[in-house]
Design a protein around this ligand. Structure first.
Ligand code: NI
Ligand code: MN
Length: 226
């Protein structure tokens, strides 16, 4: 399995023909080095919550590749009103087997509205995902504060945890270090930092402080294989 960090909370996950993008924040993302035209054969999109830096370019990418979109029920309804099809909706605590593997939607402590002009659209609860493909398990926490609920994830034997460290809107470095203790992953990749001034954080400080497993700090557009 190949995981590529596109910056912010945006990751490409590839395994054979499965090519997913999680929280596809590309066009308006000041740190993303890719354009939508650089993407190829996207088969799935995962959306953790309604904020613009997470729904991102979902509509444009979906029109181009017709991937399966995995999101909560409310965001699914919103996207289907925008004309998108092939939407698989679920909700927190739900687990499902899909064509590529097993997905569980996990809780996140955050907000999830969609802002459209002067309207604020309710977009359900924010979430994270456990994605199990051929026995390899990824946990993408979404935007979240530290929560004891993360201890539940420990029983899942996580290979790679993707955790926000930028503070202000999510866990900061010290809280994310505690989250790693709760989750006990083999590898942790920090995310949701340095995109904007409000979430500046030093991923190497995080790496130094983590007591459990290994931390891989990926440069923007860098990949690891597990
Ligand atoms: Ni958010
Ligand atoms: Mn965010």
């Amino acid at each position: 399995m190949k995981i590529t960090y596109l910056s912010h909370s945006t990751f490409l996950v590839e395994e054979g023909k499965f090519k997913a993008i999680i929280d596809p924040f590309i066009t308006d993302n000041p740190k993303c080095k890719l354009y939508i035209s650089d993407l190829k054969d996207i088969t799935h999109i995962f959306i953790t919550h309604g904020h613009g830096d997470h729904i991102g370019d979902t509509i444009e990418i979906s029109k181009k590749f017709k991937p399966m979109i995995i999101c909560n029920f409310e965001i699914g309804h919103y996207l289907s009103n925008k004309g998108l099809e092939n939407i698989h909706t679920m909700h927190i605590g739900g687990r499902v087997r899909l064509d590529f593997g097993v997905v569980k939607m996990t809780p996140a402590l955050h907000g999830s509205s969609i802002f459209e002009g002067e309207d604020i659209i309710y977009a359900g609860n924010p979430s994270g995902y456990l994605i199990d493909i051929n026995g390899k398990k990824i946990y993408h926490a979404g935007d979240t504060g530290l929560t004891k609920d993360m201890e539940i994830v420990k029983d899942e034997n996580i290979d790679i945890a993707l955790l926000p460290i930028g503070g202000n809107f999510t866990m900061d470095i010290d809280d994310a270090v505690k989250a790693v203790d709760y989750i006990n992953p083999k590898i942790t990749i920090p995310m949701h930092y340095d995109t904007f001034e409000a979430i500046e954080a030093d991923p190497l400080e995080f790496k130094k402080k983590v007591r459990v497993g290994e931390v891989k700090v990926l440069k923007f557009n860098e990949s690891i294989e597990i």
